[in-house]
Every structure is written in structure tokens, then in C-alpha cells.
Design a protein around this ligand. Structure first.
Ligand SMILES: CC(C)(COP(=O)(O)OP(=O)(O)OC[C@H]1O[C@@H](n2cnc3c(N)ncnc32)[C@H](O)[C@@H]1OP(=O)(O)O)[C@@H](O)C(=O)NCCC(=O)NCCS
Length: 145
């Protein structure tokens, strides 16, 4: 069978980032794709939001809410059956906010070892209390103690 993922050339293959653990790995299903067979941008955005929230939640030592999607670039299409790896790194910690960079790589044509960076985004989360109001991000030392 000819599918988009096994007919698309793989000019940028560099493999997955070395020495880094993805926060999330997902494989989109046919129900996540549009009529052209590409995965919906909105589906990718929701997974990116979840992936970014994981280090933010750890750093906040509790609940966070997404306040802003600062940038979002869909560099390459995502196809049904791609194995997606979401890498998330905290790039800034403010008084109540935590900003996270998320990079997404797709492993496609897996028998031909094709890995493509598909998305990069930066999102800001706010640490919130049980009333959903902003609270201070705790000092790092208190988390390590
Ligand atoms: C998140 C929320 C509680 C923050 O309350 P708020 O009164 O708007 O927040 P503040 O104005 O006090 O700002 C809080 C932090 O966010 C930052 N911030 C505010 N607007 C921002 C923006 N547009 N982009 C990036 N950061 C922003 C502020 O600089 C501040 O950071 P700091 O404390 O580190 O300096 C509130 O905005 C909210 O409930 N939003 C809806 C969240 C939501 O439903 N998200 C989707 C589902 S998770």
C-alpha cells in the first residue's frame, strides 16, 4: 500500500536527539487526520500542551494552567502512523510562570530510519492554587530537599 509516510522523502534525517528523554511518545490514528491524510494541527497542539505541562508541573510542584502559546511552528507534516517524540525543556522561570520549549520529532518510514523534526513551540504555564489563582513557583532548593 502507498501511504504519505512511505512516499515522502526524508532529506533532514538526523535521528532523535541524543541523550535526551522525551516527555511523551504518541502515534496519531486515522481519526486524528484531516481529509488529506495529514494529522490535524490542533491534535498536535494539544499533545504539545500536555508535554510542556509535565516539566512545568514538576517545577511548580503542583497544578499549572497554560496562559500563553508564545510561538508554534509546524515545520513538517505529521502522518498517521508516525511515532512522535515530544521533548520539553524549561527555558524560563518567573515569579508565578514557567516557560517551556517543546520540540517534536516524527519517526516515519521506520524501516528506512527516517526521523524528521515536525514542530517547535514555546508555551507559558502559571502555577495555580486550589482556587485557580496564581501562586509563586517554589524555590528550586525546596524541591530538592
Ligand atoms: C492562568 C491564570 C490563573 C493567571 O492569572 P492572571 O491573573 O491572568 O495572571 P497574572 O496577570 O498575575 O500573570 C501571571 C504570570 O503569567 C505571566 N503572563 C501573563 N500574561 C502572559 C502572556 N500573555 N504571555 C506570557 N506570560 C504571561 C505574567 O507575566 C505572570 O508571570 P510572573 O508571575 O512569572 O511574572 C488565568 O489567566 C487563567 O485562569 N487563565 C485561563 C487558563 C486556562 O484555562 N488555560 C487553558 C487550560 S490549562
Amino acid at each position: 500500500m502507498t501511504t504519505p509516510e512511505n512516499t515522502t522523502p526524508c532529506p533532514e534525517h538526523r535521528g532523535l536527539p541524543v541523550g535526551r528523554m522525551p516527555e511523551l511518545r504518541m502515534m496519531p490514528a486515522p481519526s486524528d487526520a484531516n481529509v488529506y491524510g495529514d494529522v490535524f494541527g490542533g491534535w498536535i497542539m494539544s499533545q504539545v500542551d500536555i508535554a510542556g505541562s509535565l516539566p512545568a508541573t514538576r517545577r511548580a510542584n503542583g497544578r499549572v494552567a497554560t496562559i500563553s502559546v508564545n510561538s508554534f511552528v509546524f515545520k513538517n507534516p505529521v502522518f498517521v502512523g508516525d511515532l512522535l517524540s515530544f521533548y520539553a525543556d524549561i527555558v524560563k522561570v518567573g515569579n508565578t510562570s514557567i516557560t517551556v520549549n517543546v520540540e517534536v520529532y516524527a519517526e516515519r518510514n521506520r524501516l528506512q530510519a527516517c526521523t524528521v523534526k515536525v514542530t517547535e513551540a514555546t508555551l507559558t504555564y502559571v502555577a495555580t492554587d486550589s482556587d485557580r489563582k496564581p501562586r509563586k513557583v517554589p524555590p528550586l532548593e525546596t524541591l530538592l530537599a
